[in-house]
Design a protein around this ligand. Structure first.
Ligand SMILES: C[S@@+](CC[C@H](N)C(=O)[O-])C[C@H]1O[C@@H](n2cnc3c(N)ncnc32)[C@H](O)[C@@H]1O
Length: 286
């Protein structure tokens, strides 16, 4: 019998009943996610002293599926987006293979970012990419957005840039693991430098990084050929006028590059935090 998450939540609460003071039980995480066989939960600061017993409870309830349990105990930091995860239970090794959309993502789940909430966007891209496109992924990580395109949308050519040596190592491994060496190339370094030779060549540019600056956004515009599309990912307050403001900013950058906006549409990828949405802007330019 397949058990639902509600029944598992109830069991986790039962297991923790005698171990966590009753005034803190409302903080027990009620959601969890997987990267491969690594189960991840967010640990609120009120429960930091109990994080190990919480991890053990999740491991017990998810036995057979979870090999190890890690807790998110702080925000994702720095340019290279290092998540703050700590080991809670099970195997201490956080390297895993996450399977999704016919791809295998080899990744260190505790040291790199891979958002389960972006699954819909990864799938949407597969559906909209056309044959023979040349795609540039400016912020690749382990191939989060572009690997599924290389695997599912042949024939295609992808250049993927990544500045974090650890993420780059997995990106290279994933290209081999998924047998896509003939259509995906990884470039190590700052996208501002390593991508500059591809100006006016891309049918599609993936800008999957909220912290990218205007200089990088202008590079994305320059990389895109006439009639091409850029996918800008942004965190935007959940108010209509804020989305309009963002569209105006993007249009201004396009004008600064002496290019014209053909069409801008947008889509909510996920709720990012209270009052904030992760939005992808699909920007077609001439
Ligand atoms: C938040 S992750 C996003 C990964 C993926 N695009 C996604 O949407 O799931 C951003 C990645 O961009 C990389 N990065 C940040 N600045 C960069 C730069 N200047 N050049 C190349 N990669 C960069 C980081 O190391 C990190 O792996």
């Amino acid at each position: 019998m397949i058990r639902g998450r509600d029944s598992k939540r109830a069991e986790i609460h039962k297991l923790l009943e005698d171990q966590i003071p009753s005034n803190l039980s409302s903080y027990i995480p009620h959601s969890w996610w997987y990267i491969g066989d690594v189960l991840i939960i967010s640990i609120p600061k009120q429960l930091l002293d109990f994080k190990q017993v919480i991890g053990e409870a999740f491991l017990q309830v998810e036995q057979g599926k979870a090999r190890s349990v890690f807790g998110k105990v702080g925000p994702t930091r720095d340019i290279i987006r290092t998540p703050e995860f700590t080991h809670l239970a099970g195997d201490t090794d956080s390297e895993t293979i996450h399977k999704e959309l016919s791809c295998q993502f080899n990744i260190d789940a505790a040291k790199l970012t891979f958002s389960p909430g972006n699954h819909g966007e990864r799938k949407r891209l597969i559906d909209i990419v056309q044959k023979n496109e040349f795609i540039i992924d400016m912020f690749s990580c382990v191939g989060n957005l572009s690997l599924p395109l290389a695997v599912n949308s042949e024939p295609i050519k992808i250049i993927a840039a990544e500045i974090n040596p650890l993420a780059f190592r997995y990106l290279k491994k994933n290209i081999k693991l998924n047998k896509i060496e003939n259509r995906m190339i990884a470039l190590f370094g700052d996208n501002r430098t390593v991508l500059s030779e591809f100006q006016n060549q891309a049918d599609r540019v993936l800008f999957g990084y909220f912290k990218g600056d205007d200089q990088q956004k202008r590079l994305a515009i320059r990389l895109c050929k006439k009639g091409g599309t850029i996918h800008f990912h942004e965190i935007v307050p959940a108010k209509e006028e804020e989305t309009d403001t963002m569209i105006k900013k993007i249009k201004a950058l396009i004008e600064q590059e002496i290019r014209t906006t053909k069409e801008i549409t947008f889509k909510r990828v996920k709720k990012f935090s209270p009052g904030m949405n992760h939005i992808v802007f699909d920007v077609k330019i001439n």
